[in-house]
Each structure stands twice: as structure tokens, then as C-alpha cells.
Design a protein around this ligand. Structure first.
Ligand code: CP
Length: 318
């Protein structure tokens, strides 16, 4: 596997490999010294044309924890503001010979387009409404850690499915791992024909008590040119998950950022049934695993093996 562009491109076995690798990197993150030499001498470039807190910071930290050099470019404040095209920006970064380019861009298909322009591995950190594969992998990792397996688990994805690349990636990833997926929201926010992805559709929360996991999505107003619901208050009344609606054995997930009091209430965010903090911490280990698998082909020492707990040696050849 050279690139990570879409969950659609992955076999279950490849997902399992990344999750197993992530488990060993999660162990590294619990050590006093959290850095391993696996990608020493390699360069990872991150290029974000859209806002991000979790994805950008965790990919950057993941690369640093693997001892790679990191170049971080945010379109805002870069020469993109002066009219530089995506292709010219990517060719400029390629002059530093990055082993990987992590890109977030508002246009669907932009990450795949990069693969024609660069030698580097390309990682899709979100392309428009299309895909966010590393989010789906970290969500599977966090959920497996809590449940053991996703096999036969009933997962409801609730909210603005129409504008959500997370929904598209996660439907595929959850089904690939054996879960039964239902999407739920107002008809205006459910894409027509989404059933062909293998999920069921509901337009109310009436049957949500049958879910093992409720995965919430925020209203993605940055992608809306018009109003898709009569009002936020009305949306929250019909679709918010709060302590009144949440059953005692149900788990709640959210990719973040959350809009407290809209799709989810504050008490649910902060409850033991919420996996939101675990999703964020899983992001680091899973993104270390993605970088490692793409850049080494999974071969060689990670530096995470027993007995390698220690600082990266200085002065040794890479
Ligand atoms: N979940 C997610 O992609 O968050 P950020 O936009 O903060 O990266």
C-alpha cells in the first residue's frame, strides 16, 4: 500500500494490519520516552487547505514521534494566498523530497490527483465531502478497544450525513469490520441512494434504542449554501442525543469538533459512555501506524519492540 486515499481501497486484512501496528504504537505513547527511530531521516509534509485541529496536530505529532522531519503548511498564510496553485504548491514541497504528503483540501478527489504529480506517499486527510480514511481507521481502533470486536454491532450514524466525508468513510469501515450500519437524520441531510453503501436509513430517532453505538455528526455549515433544517433549535429537539435519549449500555462517538447543545448535550460528552476523548488519543497511534505502513511497507523494526524504550540515539546513521 503506497497511498491512503479512501477506505474503499482497503481490504479487511489491511485494516487489521494497521490496527495491530497502532496497538504497538499506543504502547509507545504510554512510555516515558515516546519517540522511536522508525522514520529517522524521512520527511513528512502536511498541507491543509481547510481548518483542522485534531487531524493536523496528530499527523504532525505522529511523524515527530516516529523521528521524521516535518514540514507543516496551512494554505492560509502561505503563498496560496498569493494565488499559487495546488500543483505548484505541491511541486514546491516536493523539492524537499518528502516521503509522505498529508493533504486536506475542499475538493473531492484532490488527494488522488496528487498521486499523479508526486513520488511521495499521499495521505488523504479529508477531501471535500468524499473521504476521511484516517478518521475511520481511528474510530474503528477506538471502538475495538472498547468492544473487542465490531462484528454484529449495530452502529447508528446520526446527523448531517449529506455533507460528511466522515460518514462516507465510516459507513465503509464499520461494514468492512462486520458492523450493521444505520444512518439517521432529517431527509434533507441524508444523501439519496445512500442505501447502496450497505446501510439502512431512518429519518427519526424512534428506534435508536436498538443501537449499540451512536456516532454523531455536527451540522457542517461550512459546506451548506442554504438552510437544510428549519432551525437549529428544531434540529436539536428531534435529533440531539442527550441523557434522556441515551440508553445505559449505549456508546457515543463524535469525530469532533462538537457543537455542544446541538447534536449532543454536554452531559453526554462528559459521560463514561462517550468515546470522544479515546477517539482523539487513538488518532495519534493510528496515524503513526499509517505513516509507518506506507513508508516502510510494514517491514523492519519500528523501534517499538521490547527493550527499545529509550531516547533516539544521536549521531547514528539513519
Ligand atoms: N475530526 C476531524 O477531522 O477534526 P479536525 O477537523 O479538527 O481535524
Amino acid at each position: 500500500m503506497k497511498h491512503l486515499l479512501s477506505i474503499d481501497d482497503l481490504e479487511r486484512e489491511q485494516v487489521e494490519t494497521i490496527l495491530e501496528r497502532a496497538e504497538s504504537f499506543a504502547e509507545v505513547t504510554r512510555r516515558d520516552i515516546k519517540k522511536v527511530p522508525a522514520l529517522r531521516g524521512r520527511t513528512v509534509a502536511t498541507l491543509f487547505y481547510e481548518s483542522s485541529t485534531r487531524t493536523s496536530s496528530s499527523f504532525e505529532l505522529a511523524a515527530k514521534r516516529l523521528s521524521a522531519d516535518v514540514i507543516s503548511v496551512k494554505a492560509s498564510g502561505s503563498s496560496v494566498d498569493k494565488g499559487e496553485s495546488l500543483k505548484d504548491t505541491v511541486e514546491t514541497l516536493s523539492a524537499y523530497e518528502p516521503a509522505a504528503i498529508v493533504i486536506r483540501h475542499p475538493d473531492a478527489g484532490s488527494a488522488r490527483m496528487l498521486t499523479d504529480w508526486v513520488e511521495a506517499s499521499v495521505i488523504n486527510a479529508g477531501d471535500g465531502m468524499h473521504q476521511h480514511p484516517s478518521q475511520a481507521l481511528l474510530d474503528v481502533f477506538a471502538l475495538k478497544n472498547r468492544l473487542g470486536s465490531l462484528e454484529g454491532k449495530r452502529i447508528w450514524i446520526v446527523g448531517d450525513v449529506l455533507h460528511s466525508r466522515v460518514a462516507r468513510s465510516n459507513i465503509q469501515a464499520f461494514i468492512l469490520m462486520g458492523a450493521e450500519v444505520t444512518v439517521c437524520g432529517p431527509p434533507t441531510l441524508i444523501p439519496r441512494g445512500i442505501e447502496t453503501a450497505g446501510c439502512e436509513v431512518r429519518y427519526s430517532l424512534d428506534e435508536v434504542d436498538g443501537a449499540d453505538v451512536i456516532y454523531l455528526l455536527r451540522m457542517q455549515r461550512e459546506r451548506m449554501g442554504e438552510n437544510f433544517v428549519p432551525s437549529i433549535r428544531e434540529y436539536a429537539r428531534l435529533f440531539q442525543i442527550n441523557s434522556r435519549r441515551l440508553g445505559p449500555r449505549q456508546l457515543v462517538m463524535h469525530p469532533g469538533p462538537v457543537n455542544r447543545g446541538v447534536e449532543i448535550s454536554s452531559d453526554v460528552i462528559d459521560s463514561d459512555q462517550s468515546l470522544i476523548a479515546e477517539q482523539v488519543s487513538s488518532g495519534l497511534a493510528v496515524r503513526m501506524a499509517i505513516l509507518y505502513e506506507l513508508l516502510t511497507g510494514g517491514s523492519g523494526a519500528t523501534g517499538a519492540e521490547a527493550g527499545s524504550d529509550g531516547p533516539v540515539p544521536i549521531g547514528e546513521p539513519a
